[in-house]
Structures are given as structure tokens and as C-alpha cells.
Design a protein around this ligand. Structure first.
Ligand code: F6P
Length: 358
């Protein structure tokens, strides 16, 4: 057997552990393992694959990032290219990629990635490439999977940052608005905000009213609580409003951002209090994976190889009730997993008096 491993989309802590686990599990079976570099980028170069050996994956479980490189651009089905007139467009170069897999006798692909990567994996499977998906994203928004690799570390990083911001907020009696990642789902904001005792948590699943947030802050003020922490997911929307978008590049999903700064100004005007905002940004994607992320990643990587051995292709490995299972890739593509509004984490937040912006 000759298998290839790809890490697509944004990086996340735990990717290297998954690469190591998949590689060692495959080598133990006598298979050859190859890495695709920079998303699917290297498929279009003279060196489409690099051999993954025991030595290559030695000691990387604790390393953040991915030894294979990552790319948010470069979907083989929608590759940006520059036209003769200088403008940019997208073209489908997936047939070339399929040909590269075939001419290099690659028997199966382990696609480690987020929702976008699972969509690509599903399209490759329809073109005859046997694929097994591994769910990775700090956003924890992949449908069908209770927890994705990278989420736990990102939440811990965000929680620690909010803890630090809380001490300075208290000293200066300020409103501090912390914008966290998560795209269109509020998992990072909800889990870190709750863990760090935020006063207000805003998630994309619940449209916010600035009046409700200001009211919460002023009520605290009356009780002598002179500072407030607002944690806002980058994909949050005001009632009747749209996502805050920083930019859009062809071939990439829109870049979210700006809601924190918007709230900083609005809340200061409405409460008369000094306010500051901070965007945690890519800090949340970096660093050493937590123990939990290392374990999930190692389990996912080995599980992908078991699926290939059983020829159970075109599936994604998932964690459900702390058990590894497989679900069809076609069930996952084009869906995302949002925070359930009736779930007990939301209920907990409400019961302990956190304002959710509604
Ligand atoms: O999907 C992971 C993620 O970190 C999102 O939370 C965020 O919106 C996006 O990627 C940022 O992407 P980029 O690295 O392209 O700025």
C-alpha cells in the first residue's frame, strides 16, 4: 500500500500528532507513506510528495503547526489563476491532481482538515480517489463530530488570555472586549468565555442587541462591579445585521473580523465607560497541543489507517461519546455544527447570569 497524507485549511494544534500516528500505524503494516505539502499545493510541482518515515515524524507529537505546511488557498477544484488581462479567476485543476495520485500509485488519501477540506475530500472520492477524512479545526464546527482536533488547545489559549485581560480590566475599571475565532460557530467563545467568567458572551448562533449588553454592564456598575468582560465570536451578528467582514480574497473564504472594535466604540458611547478591544487572532491556532488534543489526534490518525486497512473508504473519522466512529464524507460536506441553543452549556451560561446578547 502507498498512502498520502494531506493537511488542508488553517493549521491547528495536534496536526503533527495525527501525522505521526497515521504514519507510524501505516509503516507498522509495511505500507509506504507520503506527505502532500502546503495544502494540495505540492501536487502541482515537480516534487508532489515527500516520503514520511519514522525519522521524519520522530518527536513531533508536542509540536504545533504542521510539518507538511498548510494553505487556506489552493482548493484543486477552485484554483485561482491570473488571466491574460491581469484579472483573477478560478479554474478546476482536480483532474491533474487525480492524475498525480494515479501516476504515483497512491492507493489512498488521508485528508486531515476542516469543513472545506472535507468538501474537497468528498469531491476527490467521487473522482475515484479512496479517501478517509480526519476532522481538524480549532472552530469545532465539523458536522457529525463531537470534538475536532485543535479545539481544546485553542479554548485553553483563549481562556488564559481572557484571565489575563480580566486583571487589567479590573485595575482600570474598563470594559474589555475580546474577539475570538470560530468562524460561523460560537464554540470557542462559549467555552472560553464561560471558563474565564466573562460577563457577556456573544456567539453567531444568537444575534446580539447592543442595548442588552450595555444594560448588563450598567446593572453591574450599580452593584459596584466596575469592570466587564465581553467575549465575542468573530462571526457574531447584531440583530438584523450581517457578519463583520475584513476582506475577501478569490479562492478563499471571507475573512471575518471587526465586531470587537465595533462593540468597543458602541459600548463606550452607551455606558460612558472606558472601553478597549483585543483580537486574539492566530494566537489561538499556535502553540503546543494540549494533552487532550494530542490524544484525540493520535487516536484519529491511527483510526484513519484502520479504516484504510478495512477498505472502508470515503468516510470521516469522528469522535462520538468518546468512541471513534466513521461517518460518510458525503454526510459531512456542506454542513456545519453550530452550538445547540438548548444545550446545557448555553443553559449553564444563562443560569449563572451571563448575558448572551439577547
Ligand atoms: O478555521 C480556522 C480559522 O482560524 C477561523 O477561526 C478563522 O476565521 C480563520 O481560520 C482564519 O483564517 P486565516 O488563517 O486565513 O486568517
Amino acid at each position: 500500500m502507498r498512502i498520502a497524507i494531506n493537511t488542508g485549511g488553517g493549521d491547528a494544534p495536534g496536526l503533527n500528532a495525527a501525522i505521526r500516528s497515521a504514519t507510524l500505524s501505516a509503516i507498522r503494516r509495511g505500507w509506504e507513506v507520503f506527505g502532500i505539502r502546503n495544502g494540495y499545493g505540492s501536487l502541482y510541482t515537480s516534487e508532489p510528495f515527500i516520503p514520511l518515515t519514522r525519522e521524519k515524524v520522530h518527536g513531533i507529537t508536542m509540536d504545533g503547526g504542521t510539518i507538511l505546511g498548510a494553505a487556506n488557498r489552493g482548493n484543486p477544484f477552485e484554483m485561482p489563476y491570473q488571466k491574460e488581462d491581469g484579472s483573477w479567476d478560478l479554474q478546476d485543476r482536480s483532474d491533474e491532481a487525480v492524475e498525480v495520485f494515479k501516476s504515483n500509485n497512491i492507493d489512498a488519501l488521508v485528508a486531515i482538515g476542516g469543513d472545506g477540506s472535507m468538501r474537497i475530500a468528498n469531491r476527490f472520492s467521487k473522482k475515484g480517489i479512496p479517501v478517509v477524512g480526519v476532522p481538524k479545526t480549532i472552530d469545532n464546527d465539523i458536522w457529525g463530530c463531537e470534538i475536532t482536533l485543535g479545539f481544546d488547545t485553542a479554548v485553553s489559549t483563549a481562556t488564559e488570555a481572557i484571565d489575563k485581560i480580566t486583571t487589567t480590566a479590573e485595575s482600570h475599571r474598563r470594559i474589555m472586549v475580546v474577539e475570538v475565532m470560530g468562524r460561523y460557530a460560537g464554540w470557542i467563545a462559549l467555552h472560553s468565555g464561560l471558563s474565564a467568567s466573562a460577563d457577556v458572551i456573544l456567539i453567531p448562533e444568537i444575534e446580539f442587541s447592543v442595548d442588552a449588553i450595555a444594560d448588563k454592564i450598567l446593572k453591574k456598575e450599580k452593584k459596584g462591579e466596575t469592570y466587564s468582560i465581553v467575549v465575542v465570536a468573530e462571526g457574531s451578528k447584531e440583530v438584523g445585521g450581517d457578519h463583520f467582514v475584513k476582506g475577501k480574497v478569490l479562492g478563499q473564504s471571507e475573512q471575518l473580523g471587526g465586531v470587537g472594535e465595533y462593540l468597543e466604540k458602541k459600548l463606550s458611547e452607551m455606558t460612558g465607560k472606558e472601553s478597549r478591544s483585543i483580537v486574539l487572532g492566530h494566537l489561538q491556532r499556535g502553540g503546543t497541543p494540549s494533552t487532550s488534543d494530542r490524544l484525540i489526534s493520535l487516536r484519529f490518525g491511527a483510526a484513519a489507517i484502520r479504516a484504510i486497512e478495512e477498505k472502508d473508504f470515503n468516510k470521516m473519522i469522528v469522535m462520538q461519546q468518546n468512541e471513534i466512529r466513521r461517518i460518510p464524507l458525503s454526510d459531512v460536506a456542506d454542513k456545519i455544527k453550530l452550538v445547540p441553543l438548548g444545550g446545557d452549556t448555553i443553559l449553564t451560561a444563562r443560569e449563572i447570569g451571563i448575558c448572551l446578547g439577547d
